[in-house]
Write a protein that binds this ligand. Structure first.
Ligand SMILES: [Zn+2]
Length: 125
């Protein structure tokens, strides 16, 4: 998805690209933590989601229209064990705790009412 080169600065807020840069650094830290401290294999799934796709997901009950994926402030990080994608909440609990530790704006999908354990996002400022 092409991104504008025009700074998107709102009063009292840092530009979105700066927020996305910091979110990306935290995701990199989370991957590093998974690979080193936990010896867990992870792969990225969806990061940026076009608005049109968010509408389709919402219609199918697979997501919400105002997903932070649309702002580039959410990422799905999948854990694999012996080549198999792990879907259970418990597998992601340590990663979720680490994610929230990295920044107070970070939220883990495992805490959502509708569990989304492989989802890691940052609240926009
Ligand atoms: Zn997600």
């Amino acid at each position: 998805m092409p991104m504008s080169n025009v700074p998107d600065v709102a009063p009292g807020k840092r530009p979105l690209w700066i927020q996305r840069r910091d979110f990306t650094k935290d995701l990199a830290d989370l991957v590093w933590y998974a690979n080193t401290a936990l010896s867990v294999e992870v792969v990225f799934a969806e990061i940026i989601r076009p608005k049109e796709m968010a509408v389709i997901y919402a219609e199918k009950g697979l997501g919400i229209i105002n997903s932070l994926h649309c702002l580039g402030l959410a990422g799905d990080l999948l854990v694999y064990v012996n080549g198999f994608y792990q879907k259970d909440h418990q597998t992601y609990e340590t990663l979720g705790a680490k994610w929230k530790e990295l920044n107070p704006l970070n939220r883990w999908g495992g805490d959502f009412k509708r569990d989304d354990a492989d989802h890691f996002e940052r609240r926009p400022e």
